[in-house]
Design a protein around this ligand. Structure first.
Ligand code: 0O2
Length: 227
């Protein structure tokens, strides 16, 4: 059963990849590119894991609780390229898509988000390509997260190549909110969608207050204990 479904998925992936490969692009070239994105994602994940280890020793708490990594599926890549009228070639994919390799870092407290982002950006092999601070400037629907597009070099057998990775930082509460809101976005027909959006916006505000207050409580506890 498992073997069969794996094979069907492989075929589906192959078909999706072939759909957007022009004459000079091959599946092998596409797979090599995906491998490079995966390596870049691992580089950034390791950097964040190292920071977490060091900072947790200094601060007696983990700056982040969870880290999630994903490579965009061929289906999503194709969908995004078509939506944005990007020519369907591997070179254009590499030039125009910033989120093929994605990392989500889930922190307990907002100040840890900025501390981790600053530490990552201070590293001399990291280049900041773009930054969107949806925490200081939330989206109109209430969405909050800090998004960084960074470039990191990967060292292959025959080349050193800079690769782009999207890193999203958010708190546990912001992540909880974004997961629910994401579900709504991808449902086609929802009754009372406007009232749900209003409720979500209200909850996003409550979450921001809650995150702020939890941080204040943590600071008081740390002061009290001399930590
Ligand atoms: P998915 O399926 O999560 O990957 P860009 O990626 O730069 O071309 P954009 O929208 O300018 O497009 O980038 P932005 O604002 O940095 O958002 C990128 C990602 O952040 C999205 O990826 C989502 O994962 C997340 N995001 C942004 N806005 C919202 C929001 O309002 N609600 C939720 N739940 N998530 C959001 P994708 O590719 O849109 O989707």
């Amino acid at each position: 059963m498992e073997k069969n479904s794996g094979t069907v998925q492989e075929l589906k992936n192959r078909e999706q990849i072939e759909m957007f490969l022009s004459g000079k692009d091959s599946i092998e070239k596409f797979m090599r590119m995906m491998m490079q994105y995966e390596c870049a994602m691992l580089e950034i994940k390791t950097k964040l894991d190292v920071l977490n280890k060091e900072l947790s020793l200094q601060k007696s708490r983990n700056p982040f609780e969870t880290i999630k990594c994903r490579i965009k599926s061929p289906e999503s890549i194709l969908g995004k390229m078509k939506k944005n009228n990007i020519p369907l070639t591997i070179a254009d994919m590499e030039k125009n898509l910033n989120d093929i390799a994605g990392i989500r870092v889930i922190c307990s407290f907002p100040d840890d988000i900025y501390m981790l982002a600053d530490c990552l950006l201070a590293q001399d092999d990291i280049t900041l390509v773009a930054k969107k601070d949806y925490i200081r400037k939330p989206k109109p629907n209430g969405y909050r997260s800090l998004h960084l597009i960074v470039e990191v070099p990967i060292f292959l057998t025959d080349e050193k190549k800079p690769m782009r990775v999207e890193v999203q930082f958010r708190t546990i509460a912001m992540d909880f909110w974004a997961s629910l809101e994401h579900k709504m976005k991808y449902k086609k027909h929802i009754e009372k969608a406007e009232s749900i959006s209003n409720e979500l916006f209200y909850c996003a505000e409550l979450i921001a207050q809650l995150d702020g207050r939890m941080q204040q409580i943590r600071e008081k506890i740390e002061k009290g204990s001399g930590a």
